[in-house]
Ligand binder design. Structure first.
Ligand SMILES: NC(=O)C1=CN([C@@H]2O[C@H](COP(=O)(O)OP(=O)(O)OC[C@H]3O[C@@H](n4cnc5c(N)ncnc54)[C@H](OP(=O)(O)O)[C@@H]3O)[C@@H](O)[C@H]2O)C=CC1
Ligand SMILES: CC[C@](O)(C(C)=O)C(=O)O
Ligand SMILES: [Mg+2]
Ligand SMILES: [Mg+2]
Length: 489
């Protein structure tokens, strides 16, 4: 097997990378009909497997779980997840031969082995689905010609796929049919019905390609979604401690601050998040964000280049072959950071205080979201997709940090995302540590704006204009207009 993307001609690469069409609600009028009465088997019952399955069953579909014999015998967490939620659980031999649709929701690292193990059991003409195109695009997996191959990729951690569904909303989702595997021309109707069953159509669905999904997904998760949150959490916590802040207060501000501040993003974009600040703080956050963008642009571009060339996936696959030595070492190191070991105060911090005392956090968010968006778009990824992979998904990742700090974020996201997050963090820390050390202490942990501060009207007008005119604000306004079922946390 070799990297599928790298076998394409330049024009094919560009065509697949730019495949992106925002779908209209009318296209989902058939609801889940294309999958009603079909036997659907999910392989793996982890972050995506369990939560997608719960949503799909609530949407009226017939869901079972195929697990490895050892997972059943040892009553592993995957077995408990499925059986304690009342699903039928069986081996590949028990369930796959009768399945019309098989969802491969095991970690990307396992996909080649899982495909090899399930393929002899799949009936002629069945469908195989993925929630991330890594196996097809980066590993060049070939699938039997009679099998239809689709992708339904929620742009969000598995836990939030369920939480948003229960709130009556959903998460933006990219769907695609693999051009090399659609023998009966049924993949599209099935992918649409699957997106409805998980609730994705309420948030927005893009007709995409495996290639566009993989390249944008890897970029979002490595940079703004996980990498920036990891680096900024660790450095800003250390900064507050060095300034003599109370450790429990600092811990609370970081752990819950990402969730509180990015909630404003989700509803009204960067403009709304910045409008939550007083004028002096807004101008300061904007200035810091511009400085951060200059420092971080080369790093964002390096990640995009390494993702496009296949260098990133090659190095990660080398770690897979080496028993995940690097991943496990980096995971352990994260558990030992001062932020991770700190305990957050239980005292209630008012919503507004997270903004007022978190000007530097807002600056990191703004710079990271804009840079991720700009870098993806410059590489041929369409704006709508870049918006979902940066701005819309960030609050959903921040929700996981609020639950149990970086440990929880890295536990919930895929191993692929976690590996890329550490790579980014290791390169980012040395780049921004002197910037953070040199920050005016008032931008984190206390109110920045002082009574004597005088706001320059012209400066404020220029800052507001720059914020509102960024292209992510334009596409975001259009996409959010269709998110009529969005709920507040
Ligand atoms: N994590 C997330 O939120 C997101 C993930 N995705 C994508 O979804 C897919 C699933 O990822 P995720 O939910 O994180 O995965 P998890 O790590 O949560 O999945 C673990 C599950 O896979 C099973 N499994 C592991 N190895 C094998 C194997 N060799 N054969 C059979 N089953 C195996 C485990 O069972 P056992 O008990 O036997 O070990 C367990 O049920 C990936 O493609 C990922 O990129 C997409 C969007 C977000
Ligand atoms: C956070 C990255 C992600 O792609 C996701 C949740 O969407 C993953 O791989 O976990
Ligand atoms: Mg993703
Ligand atoms: Mg991912």
């Amino acid at each position: 097997m070799s990297n599928y993307f790298n076998t394409l001609s330049l024009s094919q690469k560009l065509e697949q990378l730019s495949k992106c069409r925002f779908m209209q609600q009318a296209e989902f009028e058939d609801g889940v009909n294309a999958l009603i009465g079909k036997k659907i088997t999910i392989v793996g019952c982890g972050a995506q497997g369990l939560n997608q399955g719960l949503n799909m069953r609530d949407s009226g579909l017939d869901i079972s779980y195929a697990l490895r014999q050892a997972a059943i015998d040892q009553k592993r967490q995957s077995f408990k997840n499925a059986s304690e939620n009342g699903f039928t659980v069986g081996t590949y031999e028990d369930l796959i031969p009768n399945s019309d649709l098989v969802l491969n929701l095991t970690p990307d690292k396992q996909h080649a082995a899982v495909v090899k193990a399930i393929m002899p059991h799949m009936k002629k003409g069945a469908t195989l689905s993925y929630s991330h195109g890594f196996n097809i695009v980066e590993e060049g997996q070939k699938i039997r010609e009679d099998i239809t191959v689709i992708m339904v990729a929620p742009k969000c951690p598995g836990s939030e796929v369920r939480e948003e569904y229960k709130r009556g909303f959903g998460v933006p989702t990219l769907i695609a049919v693999h051009p090399e595997n659609d023998p009966e021309n049924k993949g599209w109707e099935q992918a649409k019905a699957y997106a409805v069953a998980t609730g994705g159509h309420k948030a927005g669905v893009l007709e995409s390609s495996f290639v566009a999904e993989v390249k944008s997904d890897l970029m979002g998760e490595q940079t703004i979604l996980c990498g920036v949150l990891q680096t900024a959490s660790i450095l800003l916590f250390d900064k507050m401690i060095a300034q003599g802040a109370d450790s429990e207060y600092a811990s609370n501000l970081i752990q819950y601050g990402w969730e509180r501040t990015t909630e404003a993003l989700k509803h009204g974009g960067i403009t709304n998040m910045m409008d939550r600040l007083d004028n002096a703080s807004k101008i300061k956050a904007h200035q810091l964000s511009e400085e951060l963008k200059v420092i971080l642009k080369p790093l964002f571009e390096k990640h995009m280049d390494d993702i496009m060339s296949g260098h990133f996936s090659q190095t990660m696959m080398e770690d897979w072959a080496n028993d995940d030595v690097n991943l496990l070492k980096w995971r352990a190191e994260t558990e030992n950071t001062a932020f991770e070991k700190s305990t957050a105060s239980t005292e209630k911090i008012e919503d507004q205080e997270y903004f007022d005392h978190g000007v530097a956090m807002v600056a990191f968010i703004k710079s990271g979201v804009e840079l991720a968006f700009e870098t993806m778009v410059a590489s041929g990824i369409v704006e709508e997709s870049a918006y979902y992979e940066s701005l819309h998904e960030l609050p959903l990742i921040a929700n996981t940090v609020a639950r149990k700090k970086l440990f929880e974020m890295n536990r919930i996201i895929s191993d692929t995302a976690e590996y890329g997050c550490y790579l980014f963090d290791h390169a980012c820390k040395p780049l921004v540590s002197s910037f953070v050390d040199g920050l005016d202490g008032a931008v984190i942990g206390s109110a920045f704006a002082k009574a004597e501060y005088k706001t320059d009207n012209l400066e404020l007008i220029a800052v507001n204009k720059a914020i509102r005119n960024h292209p992510i604000e334009k596409v975001g306004a259009v996409l959010r207009d269709s998110m009529i079922a969005m709920k507040t946390i």
